[in-house]
Design a protein around this ligand. Structure first.
Ligand code: NDP
Ligand SMILES: O=CC(=O)O
Length: 339
């Protein structure tokens, strides 16, 4: 008998067929994101589930005693309650590497769009405001090339941002991460910096760390105060890494020049969020990895992790905090032999 799984987000025919070769599956066919109560009902009897950002809580795991693997079709897994997953011996997987270049492209599109005021000036032209008189200083932006970029988070995506910044735009790059990266310093000529110095010196501050208890509100009032008045802040990580009230204040008071945001503390962002009224803010709907090709690659990776997790193999992309479960000899015997 094939193992039962649930597919909680839309995937392509190809990925569905791959899952179908190895598993009996049901899938979410409703509009938009699956509501949590329906997800909980649907996974009561399954051994694996494919999700995207769905909150994995103790309660959800309690109600799904057969679960062996939760495959997240995203690289960030702040939606996982890791301690609860350890207790329930449920593997959690994600989709690293396949989205790095695509997300780095989006970071640079936010850098360029904010620096050169692309959405604002696009509206200006389309609204017929461009006339003979408007070759004006009011439309000017700031240079990206040869400016200083400070990158907070120097992991898989951080490195791809560095390559664009150094080789494409000949920028100076400062970075901050938990551990220094001497090999990247040598390869690209980037410089490790304490957070405070990075904030003081950078023309563009780019945030690309995971959301964890340590990084929650990493950027707050004190941090924005350190930034130059001429600097632009880019967040392509998670909304809650930033104290959004402090960011709004920094923009309203001119403490910083502008912001490019792919993520928000509340998603979807509320239409009355003050950030959406600001011309110096470029706002996107959390689409860092959203190209056709990359989303397809993520879905296939998520499917491979799902299938491995329910067929007794070690999924290739178990998140690092849960890898200890792979070494637990009882996990397989308890979960697999009991079925
Ligand atoms: N907007 C979007 O659509 C997307 C958003 N993301 C977000 O980007 C995040 C990063 O992805 P990725 O590059 O693959 O992750 P990695 O795990 O490869 O890199 C994370 C980096 O953040 C650093 N870091 C972690 N905690 C801290 C801290 N407290 N202070 C300073 N640095 C810290 C790590 O340091 P060290 O190396 O020393 O451990 C590492 O350099 C994801 O977790 C996700 O939330 C990702 C994809 C798309
Ligand atoms: O936000 C997207 C991700 O892959 O993480």
């Amino acid at each position: 008998m094939k193992p039962k799984v649930y597919i909680a987000r839309p995937i392509s025919q190809e990925v569905e067929e791959y899952i179908g070769e190895h598993c009996d599956y049901r899938k979410w066919e409703g509009e938009g994101r699956i509501p949590l109560d329906i997800l909980m009902e649907e996974i009561k009897d399954v051994e694996g589930v494919l999700v995207q950002h769905a909150p994995v809580t103790d309660k959800l795991l309690e109600g799904a005693p057969n679960l062996k693997v939760i495959s997240n079709s995203a690289v960030g897994y702040d939606s996982f309650d890791l301690e609860a997953m350890k207790r329930h011996k449920v593997l959690g997987t994600h989709t690293p590497f396949v989205l790095d270049e695509t997300v780095a492209d989006l970071v640079f599109s936010l850098v360029l769009a904010t620096a050169r005021r692309v959405p604002e000036l696009n509206n200006f032209v389309k609204q017929g405001k461009w006339d003979k008189e408007t070759e004006s200083h009011d439309l000017f932006g700031i240079d990206v090339h040869h400016a200083t970029m400070g990158i907070i988070g120097m992991g898989r995506i951080g490195e791809k941002i560095v390559r664009r910044a150094r080789l494409g735009f000949e920028m100076d790059v400062l970075y901050n991460s938990r551990t220094p990266k001497p090999e990247l310093e040598e390869k690209y000529g980037i410089v490790y910096s304490e957070l405070e110095t990075l904030l003081e010196k950078s023309d563009f501050v780019v945030l690309i760390v995971p959301l964890t208890p340590e990084t929650h509100h990493l950027m707050g009032e004190k941090q924005f105060e350190k930034m130059k008045n001429s600097a632009i802040f880019i967040n392509c990580a998670r909304g809650a890494v930033v104290d959004e009230r402090a960011l709004i204040q920094a923009l309203e008071t001119g403490q910083i020049r502008g912001a490019g945001l792919d993520v928000f503390e509340q998603e979807p962002v509320s239409p009355d969020n003050p950030l959406l009224q600001m011309e110096q803010v470029v706002a996107l709907p959390h689409i860092g990895s959203a190209t056709e090709k990359t989303r397809a690659a993520m879905a296939m990776k998520a499917a491979e992790n799902l299938v491995a997790g329910v067929t007794g193999k070690n999924p290739p992309d178990v998140v690092k905090e849960l890898q200890e479960l792979l070494e637990d000899p009882h996990r397989f015997s308890e979960k697999f032999n009991s079925k």
